[in-house]
Every structure is written in structure tokens, then in C-alpha cells.
Design a protein around this ligand. Structure first.
Ligand SMILES: Cc1ncc(COP(=O)(O)O)c(C=O)c1O
Length: 422
């Protein structure tokens, strides 16, 4: 029997000592009713909440879990470094080894700088682009997420118009819109940000149009600005290189995070020689940016990325999941489509303008031990097996049955209504 007493008690305590009870992207308030907020642990593909309920987890900590929670090889590297020291007065040799490893894997890049969160890396990309020629304007695709810094956070509280005075928005995959935005920059263009593919929340994902990617490269060259691919979310789930290597377009800068240390806190900005001098001029740092443990975790994660078929295995289980779920939904008479790469799909019912079916379906799946999201892309990890997917599909088959039975009584999710009223 499923319990949630411990989670409820923690939420009540949190309301008193944490503003709003929870903040940011991990707030369970955005999820369907009944999703847990607090977790006790994770191993491989499985996540355990504080009440002991176990889920096959398709969110992977919103990305960082690439190889499976507590991957034994990464854990061994972490334990060995912990025994020596982590946050010291300076970095260890792992910093140089990691920069070398990343430069050898990411074909556009000649250097790497390390930080903690994806938002640090995108902020450094923004600063590098501006330091490059002393220009100000940056082009950002509308609704694209590049972190929670004032220049990009999706909510307006605490943000000044001045924080975004030099951000110009364009529509992703639209080469003409990009060209128009460059004209608007009027000779003051510092950089162009692009996601590897369109992976906005509450929207179908779309692969990058190679023509748009090539236009971005050409415009950056023509106007002597820097092209930035933000691979924080998609990095190493699309390619073992920068994701735009798949369409043959090389950016000047790429931002990385999430998967790098398989859950250990580390992110990176990578760049080519053209951007080297500008980035060397920046004063950017943080108390924990040089800690050795996340760096050895990243070295081990990258070794596994280079030496194993982790990506092909994720693609295989991702295909089984997508095809199985789509076939079940069609058979149930309420078709859904999983868009985006099979390793990072977003799940949306074809006829569901206010997301009520999506929310209700994910709730049914959660009650059966499968953790899915109705509004954010999900993530495969390399610990997932075809047997896991068979277990998932058995639970989702039951979820569709429950949905069919209750269909007429499903109401829009409060989380979505609140968002629409925002
Ligand atoms: C594409 C992209 N860029 C940047 C970020 C910010 O990363 P972080 O949350 O680690 O600061 C995210 C986080 O989800 C992201 O998806």
C-alpha cells in the first residue's frame, strides 16, 4: 500500500523554514497531485521517496543521472578522491586531466573552464561573448531556458528590464527571424545562443533545422560575434561530442553541466581559440568550482562515455519506450506522441490543450511506480534495460485502462491553471 505520510510531514515543516516550501525546477507543485517532493535515495534506474515508494525514474534528477544513480565505477573514483581531499586551497591534477579529456572529445573546443551549475556556464558564455569585441547584444530563442540568472530566468520576480536590455529574442529554427534579430542588434552583436534542439517545456520538441544552424554560424562569422550552443541539458545524450556535431555546425562556445559528473556538481564552458583571449580576461570563480571530487567523477563518466556503448543502449531502450507507449495510447483511443530524441522525449497527448490528460496519465503511472513528467522532457539513463521498459509498459497499460475508465471526470491540473493565470 502506497504511503505519503512522511512526505506530507516534511512539506509541512518545509513551509515554515523554506520560502514557499520549495523553489525552482524541483518543486513538486508543478507535478500532478500526489507526486512526492522528498526522496531518500536512488540506485541505477530506481528512485526511492521518503515513504519508501520506489519508482523507475524517467527524470534522472532532471538530467544529471546518465549512467544510473550511484554508478559503481564513478562511486569508486569519488571515494578514492574523498579519502585524499575535495575542496582544497587549489585544484588537483584532475582539473587539467579533465580539460584535456573534454578537449579531446568536443571537436569545436580548444579549452575548458569548470564551474558548478549550468547557469554558471551560460553566464560565462554570455560574458565571454561580450568581452570578445566589447559588444552588448545577445540573441536568445524565445522560451528557451538557459538557467535561472536574471538575464534568462523564466519568472519576472526580482528581474529588472535593464537585466535584459541587451537580449533580443528570435524564434528557434527560423533563419529569417535570426537574420532580423541580427539587424536589430545594429552592429552591436556579441553572441547568438542556441539550444541543441528545441526543448522548451509544455511544447513539442523539434530537431534543429540544419539550415538555421548554418545561418547562425554564418551570421556569427559575418558580424564577428560568438555562436554558443547550450548543451547543458542535452550534452552526451545526443552525441559524444557537442550536439551540433550531428548537423556539422561548430559553435565557438558550448556550455555543459548536468551529466558531466553523473550527479556530482560540475559544469563547464568550452570554447575555441577564437574565444580564448576573451574568456581568459573574465573574473569568474566560486568557492567550490575547483573541488576535486566532481572532477574525478567527470573523468570517470567521460571514460565510460568514450569506451562503452552507453549511448546506443539508451537509444535502444528509448526507442522501445517511445514505440511501446505510442502504440498503447493509440490502442486506448487517446493517442500521444513522444517528440525529441528518444533519449530525451517529451510526452504529450495529441488532443490535450490544457494538459489534463497528460497530468492524469502521469499520475496514474506514478501510482504504479513509474516517474514521468507531463510538461518537461524526460531522460533515459544507461542503467535502463529492455526488462525495465517491459515493466514500465505493463504499468502504463494499466494506467491507460484507468484513464479510460475515469476519462469524463478528469479536470485540468491546478499547476497548469496557475501557470496559465500567471
Ligand atoms: C539548456 C539548459 N541550460 C542551462 C540550464 C541551467 O543549468 P543549472 O540548473 O544547472 O544551472 C539548464 C537547466 O535545466 C538547461 O536545461
Amino acid at each position: 500500500m502506497r504511503s505519503s505520510a512522511e512526505d506530507r510531514a516534511l512539506r509541512e515543516r518545509a513551509e515554515k523554514v523554506i520560502p514557499g516550501g520549495m523553489y525552482g525546477h524541483l518543486s513538486a507543485r508543478m507535478m500532478p497531485e500526489g507526486f512526492p517532493q522528498f526522496f531518500a535515495g536512488g540506485k541505477g534506474t530506481r528512485l526511492t521517496d521518503v515513504d519508501g515508494n520506489i519508482y523507475i525514474d524517467f527524470m534522472c534528477a532532471y538530467g544529471p543521472n546518465l549512467l544510473g544513480y550511484r554508478d559503481p565505477q564513478v562511486e569508486a573514483a569519488v571515494a578514492a578522491q574523498l579519502a585524499l581531499g575535495d575542496t582544497l586551497t587549489g585544484p588537483g591534477p584532475a582539473m587539467v586531466e579533465l580539460a584535456e579529456a573534454m578537449v579531446s572529445m568536443v571537436s569545436h573546443a580548444d579549452w575548458a573552464m569548470f564551474c558548478k551549475n549550468g547557469g554558471d556556464a551560460t553566464m560565462m558564455a554570455l560574458m565571454t561573448a561580450r568581452a570578445y569585441r566589447g559588444k552588448r547584444k545577445v540573441l536568445v530563442a524565445r522560451n528557451a531556458y538557459h538557467g535561472a540568472m536574471p538575464w534568462n530566468t523564466p519568472k519576472p520576480a526580482g528581474v529588472l528590464a535593464e537585466d535584459r536590455a541587451h537580449v533580443i529574442y528570435y524564434d528557434y529554427n527560423d533563419a529569417q527571424a535570426l537574420e532580423d534579430a541580427v539587424k536589430q542588434a545594429d552592429g552591436d552583436l556579441a553572441g547568438i545562443f542556441a539550444s541543441p534542439f528545441r526543448h522548451d517545456t509544455f511544447a513539442r520538441q523539434a530537431p534543429v533545422d540544419p539550415e538555421y544552424a548554418r545561418a547562425a554560424r554564418r551570421l556569427a562569422d559575418d558580424y564577428d560575434a560568438l555562436l554558443i550552443v547550450d548543451d547543458v541539458r542535452a550534452g552526451l545524450r545526443v552525441a559524444r561530442d557537442c550536439s551540433w556535431s550531428e548537423v556539422g555546425v561548430q559553435p565557438d562556445l558550448s556550455s555543459w553541466g548536468k551529466v558531466l559528473g553523473n550527479g556530482q556538481p560540475i559544469s563547464a564552458l568550452m570554447g575555441n581559440d577564437r574565444a580564448r583571449e576573451a574568456s581568459a580576461k573574465l573574473y569568474v570563480t566560486g568557492s567550490f568550482w575547483y573541488s576535486a571530487v566532481p572532477m574525478v567523477a567527470a573523468l570517470e563518466t567521460l571514460r565510460i562515455v568514450r569506451e562503452t556503448d552507453y549511448l546506443e543502449r539508451m537509444q535502444h531502450v528509448g526507442t522501445l519506450f517511445r514505440d511501446g507507449l505510442q502504440a498503447q495510447s493509440a490502442a486506448a483511443g487517446m493517442p500521444l506522441t513522444l517528440t525529441g530524441p528518444v533519449t530525451m522525449p517529451i510526452l504529450m497527448f495529441d488532443e490535450d490543450p490544457d494538459f489534463r490528460l497528460g497530468y492524469a496519465f502521469c499520475r496514474e503511472a506514478m501510482l504504479r511506480g513509474i516517474y514521468l513528467s507531463p510538461f518537461h522532457n524526460m531522460f533515459m539513463n544507461a542503467a535502463m534495460t529492455p526488462a525495465d521498459i517491459a515493466e514500465v509498459l505493463s504499468a502504463t497499460a494499466d494506467s491507460f485502462e484507468a484513464l479510460k475508465t475515469n476519462r469524463d471526470s478528469i479536470t485540468p491540473a491546478p499547476a497548469v491553471l496557475a501557470l496559465m493565470g500567471d
